[in-house]
Design a protein around this ligand. Structure first.
Ligand SMILES: [Zn+2]
Length: 410
């Protein structure tokens, strides 16, 4: 049945363009920081569209918005889709907005065809995903999934000392519901890829299997400064010379630990930074990523062991500082398979893909079976006013969303 039903790509595109004009920027992007007057205008516009599509709107105390479409059996937990409509300071029209408006487009099509699902459907707009005006990122979905305490989120302040709590109330989006109070049967989020993989492989849809976890460290190598001329190579304690093999070893970890392995050294400080002085100190950042928690741990341990071995070998001091661990998100197998099956039945070129960036779906996956659908964005560019995506790809992603929402709520 679902293949005879398709979303209206032009209507989706027009809604994206209309929302993008609120806070529109010179280069064609949008600036609607979370819970500002412009974000409020965007929310009002989309809530109006949601009501027109037959959805009943409610808010929770975090200002998360839910548009509910009843099913035949409303005792069932709703099948949910959603994303965010707040933007980066110089954001594009598609990041987040596409997920919300593709969900809206699904609701519009179901209304047009008077289709009633068994389980109810819900469209969520999560508050402050971007984390620009208020930290942390993915705040609304984090609170909804009980991963971030509500009082902690409401007390977060912007640069002018205004709190999230004040701003949610001021914009009229402070609801009665305790965040996370209502159950979610399953969750699907469609999003632009924000990277170059789909475009490079000429695939229309990315079937997202999970989101990479991260291990962030700093390594400080201490040798001894000395004159570059009089000190023979064999007896110098050159912090840079002895850092280089370790850096090479750490970067190789990204290649030797599966497709989702990543290793990046993005910052290097060489001190004292004089042309004719042997460096006495090198400090560099290490960013390790993987989809597999155990493998990520293994990468981190190997980096630490390599540093210890370098210390043993060279007699210099190699100090490793563990800064942060972000656990990988692995999406639910059955949900991922359902997205894959929808791509196949539509005949869309597709591939499995992991997300390097965080999304609301990461938090929701902690409380409900979840997966994501990616579509390509032009040149892999996002968080930029020039962010762009092809209308046909956006339409395809929304069709996959339509199919999986129908299947999951059947
Ligand atoms: Zn986003």
């Amino acid at each position: 049945m679902s293949n005879t039903l398709s979303i209206d790509g032009a209507r989706l595109w027009n809604s994206l363009m209309e929302l993008g004009e609120i806070g529109g920027t010179e280069k064609g992007g949008s600036r609607r920081l979370a819970l500002t007057e412009l974000d409020h205008q965007g929310r009002e516009l989309v809530c109006g569209w949601m009501r027109d599509a037959g959805l009943t709107i409610s808010f929770d105390r975090m200002g998360n918005i839910f548009g509910r479409r009843p099913g035949r059996d409303n005792s069932l937990a709703p099948v949910m889709t959603g994303s965010h409509i707040d933007t980066q300071p110089s954001g594009g029209k598609f990041d987040g907005c596409y997920g919300v408006l593709a969900g809206l487009e699904v609701m519009r099509v179901l209304k047009d065809h008077a289709i009633v699902t068994t389980a109810p459907l819900e469209l969520a707009i999560w508050t402050n995903e971007e984390g620009v005006r208020f930290v942390p990122t993915m705040m609304g979905s984090g609170v909804f999934s009980k991963s971030i305490p509500l009082d902690h989120a409401l007390a977060a302040t912007d640069a002018n000392g205004l709190t999230v709590g004040d701003e949610v109330k001021a914009r009229g989006f402070f609801g009665d519901e305790e965040p996370g109070q209502h159950p979610v049967g399953s969750y699907y989020e469609v999003h632009i890829e924000q990277g170059p993989v789909l475009e490079a492989n000429e695939n229309t849809i990315g079937v997202v299997t999970g989101v990479l976890g991260q291990r962030l460290m700093n390594i400080t190598v201490t040798g001894q400064e000395a004159h570059a001329g009089p000190t023979p190579m064999a007896i110098r304690k050159d912090a840079l010379q002895h850092s280089l093999p370790l850096m090479t070893e750490i970067l190789a970890l990204g290649r030797s630990h599966g497709d989702s392995g990543r290793a990046t050294i993005g910052q290097v400080a060489v001190l004292p930074g004089a042309r004719n002085t042997i460096p006495g100190l090198v400090k560099f950042s290490v960013d390790l990523r993987n989809l597999d928690r155990t493998v990520l741990e293994e990468m981190a341990n190997k980096a630490k062991m390599a540093a210890a071995a370098a210390q043993e070998r060279t007699g210099l001091t190699f100090e490793v500082d563990d800064l942060q661990t972000i656990t990988p998100t692995v999406f639910h197998y059955a949900n991922v398979e359902m997205v894959d099956a929808a791509c196949k039945s539509r005949g869309y070129s597709h591939q499995r893909i992991v997300s390097g960036a965080g999304h609301d779906a990461c938090f929701i996956s902690r409380i409900a079976p979840t997966s994501m659908i990616f579509v390509p964005c032009k040149d892999g560019i996002s968080h930029n006013e020039i962010e762009d995506a092809a209308p046909t790809d956006l339409e395809a992603g929304a069709n996959v969303l339509l199919d999986v929402l129908l299947r999951a709520s059947a």
